[in-house]
Design a protein around this ligand. Structure first.
Ligand code: FES
Length: 239
């Protein structure tokens, strides 16, 4: 796919915009599987789709290893070997009040979800957690959709602490959608124990991305995250 832009949007965080004119259908919560561009790095990297329209696809990724470091050097006009959109994505429920909780890189796939829910006139509260202010991204985009509560681990932006501190103070919602590190998801599972509509998008290392290698099994070994996920009702999986 042709790269239209590849910019640093926060500390170690990049947004790559791809020409998406050939992609027919995209669903919030799906991901793209990208080759880094370095011949010796064979495995693709699963990257969240952070927004899309009929022309462009925005991906947000964190530079953490050699592969993503190489990806960060892509220039507009170059091509990236991309597979996708992959995975099942979020199902939109016909409800009134929704809570969306994201942490770190897990914030990115929740933006298109929030956009689609608010377009359906569903009231959405966003709780977004980052390590520090310099690692925060997309805050203004979320604020254009609804109420946004930001937390940072060091208190440099928003509320000091993690998202759990905030979520514990909130009431209940018709549905909860979340993506982020394991402690965040586990905290939600405890807080909303037995809730019928708590959906989590799981982050996992992948190899094939298309259900063939079983490298991305859930902890209970019952599901492949790349194909049956990454979004699950929390009742279906063991965290
Ligand atoms: Fe191969 Fe999921 S990455 S089955």
């Amino acid at each position: 796919m042709k790269i239209l832009a590849n910019n640093c949007i926060a500390k170690d965080t990049y947004e790559m915009i791809l020409d998406a004119q050939e992609i027919k259908k995209i669903k919030a919560g799906q991901f793209m599987h990208l080759k880094s561009g370095r011949e010796d790095l064979i495995l693709r990297r699963p990257i969240s789709i952070a927004s899309y329209n009929e022309k462009e696809l925005n991906l947000v990724y964190k530079v953490i290893g050699e592969g993503t470091k190489t990806m960060a050097r892509f220039k507009p006009g170059e091509e990236v070997d991309a597979l996708g959109p992959l995975g099942n994505g979020f199902d939109l429920l016909d409800v009134e009040e929704v809570l969306i909780v994201g942490g770190g890189m897990g914030v990115a796939p929740l933006y298109p979800l929030g956009k689609e829910l608010t377009q359906k006139k569903i009231e959405v509260t966003f709780v977004l957690g980052f390590k520090t202010a310099e690692m925060a991204y997309y805050i203004e985009k979320f604020q254009a959709l609804g109420e946004v509560i930001v937390t940072t681990d060091d208190g440099s932006l928003g509320i000091f602490g993690n998202v759990g501190t905030v979520v514990d103070e909130l009431g209940t919602f018709d549905a909860i959608y979340a993506c982020g590190p394991w402690p965040l998801l586990y905290g939600l599972q405890v807080k909303f124990d037995g809730h019928p509509h708590l959906y989590v998008s799981l982050e996992e290392r992948m190899a094939c991305g298309i259900g063939a290698c079983y490298a991305c099994d859930t902890k209970d070994k019952k599901h492949r995250i790349c194909t049956e996920g990454p979004v699950f009702n929390i009742k279906e999986v063991e965290l």
